[in-house]
Design a protein around this ligand. Structure first.
Ligand code: 3UK
Length: 526
């Protein structure tokens, strides 16, 4: 069997073969390259070989085509990390249907919005999420034409797959055809469907996965971040598939216990987490001694990785964590640290294939060292938001993408996160990053997590105010407040110390674990 694969040209750009349907590159190619017997997916439910994966994808493509779907129809997926996630996602793409994996932690009203907004022809869901999904369906004026339950019993997806043919020829596509969507949740308003193209996953896998991270065929990838996040989708699906490696899936919630158990059992070589999880894993390492010996490299994204967590993780495990910034709209990481060149506290340097500029309010580039809005350009960015021309115009400016983040770049090309553009504080006329203050606070042994926002003082001037989660056994007091103020003043420019403290049980967070500072800001004015 001959197979024409995507190659990098001399100028570094990817060259796509004619009729390119990205599913053939990520799925079918492995049979042509003799990888049929190799394990592609491992989980508690067993192993799936590349041959099994190809058959599952083709069966799923036949099931979707058999429902009478038309090209461009959407398949909304509320599906746990499982082999079926792969079958549905790639089967849809092979059949010309647009998969839309969504966050499985949402509530009925969120699903009702996404079903209506996407106008999906098919909805697939794992039985675990039935209460919320079925409540959403019950309240809808117009239901999707087809509903698939991803389960084994009669009437479930497994039975339909078993009855379908394991052969399917991909519908021809082009690199710039619409391929899949991911919903992106802002701090305000409804989620927006970011429309991604066929080339986008190839671009992230090549430029970040292979060229920056160095993922290779003998790797075993384990992402604690779920496949429905753009971050998890790259880590746990597209990167291993791009190089013919193996992915380890955890069906349930990632906790220190479940992630350590998964690492011990399946021995991944690459581990992908988020800062909050690294933090709780570090706490758990005080009482657990898991064997993490298989792991060669750890990755973090989703929010900035505090330098303190990087150092403690390295001390405790001997492993480095590569922090990098990505987004749903960019699909994956576009600025990243690299092995041997890590700057703790920095997001690292540009990933090949991407450009980044830090600009002021008039869209003019600012000099090195000065914070501004980060805008980026690359071949993996979403083309537009589905039925949302206003947000599209705010975010997608020609082929440039407004990240909404404030960054500065140093003279050596390292980028430093200063907060979301709208989270930045001006204290005494000087830009001040809530993130920097939080990073200093959590260096204090009594502090587990901290969120800092700006609150106007009696004169209407903005001052930093901190919400703090304390370590077990510690209690808030005036003495501790004084101690934390002193701690901050000795570690940062003195004007940056928080004027007020609130000791709380937990911080308000989004479903993806980002601190919702806007909520603290509102309660701060109450
Ligand atoms: C923030 C970071 C500092 C930043 C994501 C890797 O997080 C991802 O996508 P989202 O759409 O959020 C994007 C926003 O999250 N952020 C992400 N990573 C970092 N801030 N340092 C970081 N390392 O505000 C960004 O605009 O949920 C991450 C790969 C794919 C992704 N989708």
């Amino acid at each position: 069997m001959s197979f024409e694969r995507v190659v990098a040209a001399a100028d570094g750009e990817l060259v796509f073969p004619p009729g390119f349907n990205v599913a053939t590159q990520f799925i079918d190619r492995h049979l042509a390259e003799g990888r049929g017997a190799k394990v592609a997916i491992r989980s508690e439910r067993g192993d799936v070989t590349y041959a099994g994966l190809v058959a599952g994808v083709n069966r799923c493509a036949n099931v979707l085509a058999g429902l009478g779907t038309a090209r461009g129809d959407r398949l909304l997926m509320v599906v746990k990390d499982s082999a079926e996630f792969f079958y549905l996602f790639w089967g849809a793409i092979k059949a010309g249907v647009v998969p839309v994996p969504v966050n499985t932690l949402l509530r009925a009203k969120d699903y009702a919005y996404m079903i209506a907004n996407s106008g999906c022809a098919v909805l697939a869901y794992s039985p675990e999420f039935a209460p919320e999904v079925e409540a959403a369906l019950a309240g809808l004026a117009e239901r999707p034409a087809h509903v698939l339950r991803v389960e084994d019993g009669p009437g479930g997806l497994a039975a339909a797959l078993a009855a379908a043919s394991p052969d399917f020829t991909a519908v021809p596509a082009s690199p710039t055809d619409e391929c899949f969507w991911l919903y992106s949740s802002g701090s305000t308003g409804h989620p927006k469907g970011a429309v991604h193209l066929h080339r986008d996953m190839a671009v992230t896998s090549h430029f970040y996965g292979v060229q920056t991270l160095g993922v290779r065929e003998d790797d075993v990838c384990f992402s604690a971040a779920k496949l429905f996040f753009a971050y998890g989708m790259g880590n746990g699906m597209t990167f291993p598939l791009w190089v013919g490696a193996t992915s380890v899936l955890l069906e349930t919630r990632p906790t220190p216990e479940s992630t350590f158990a998964t690492i011990e059992r399946f021995r991944p070589t690459l581990y992908f987490g988020v800062p909050t999880l690294y933090g709780t894993q570090l706490q758990a390492l005080e009482r657990l001694q898991p064997d993490l010996g298989s792991v060669r490299l750890c990755v973090s994204a989703g929010e900035a990785l505090p330098a303190d967590i990087f150092r403690r993780w390295q001390e405790r495990t001997g492993l480095v964590i590569l922090d990098g910034i990505g987004s749903t709209e960019a699909l994956h990481i576009f600025i990243s640290n690299r092995v041997g060149e890590i700057r703790p506290g920095s997001s690292g340097r540009l990933v090949p294939g991407y450009e980044a500029v830090v600009v002021d309010e008039d869209d003019r580039e600012v000099p090195a060292g000065e914070p501004g809005r980060l805008v980026i350009r690359g071949k993996s960015t979403a083309k537009y938001y589905w039925r949302n021309p206003e947000k599209t115009a705010d975010t997608m400016r020609g082929d440039w993408l407004n990240t909404g983040d404030t960054y500065y770049r140093d003279a050596e090309g390292y980028f430093y996160y200063c907060g979301r553009s709208d989270d930045m504080l001006k204290v005494g006329g000087i830009w001040c990053s809530p993130f920097e203050i939080e990073g200093v606070l959590i260096e204090h042994p009594a502090v587990i997590e901290a969120a800092v926002v700006g609150t106007p003082d009696a004169e209407g001037l903005i001052k930093p105010e901190a919400w703090v989660v304390l370590a077990e056994g510690r209690r808030g007091s005036d003495a501790l407040e004084d101690e934390l103020r002193q701690h901050c003043k000795t570690r940062m420019a003195p004007y940056k110390y928080p004027r007020h403290f609130h000791f709380v049980e937990e911080l308000p967070k989004t479903a993806t674990g980002k601190i919702q500072r806007f909520r603290l800001r509102r309660s701060g004015q109450e």
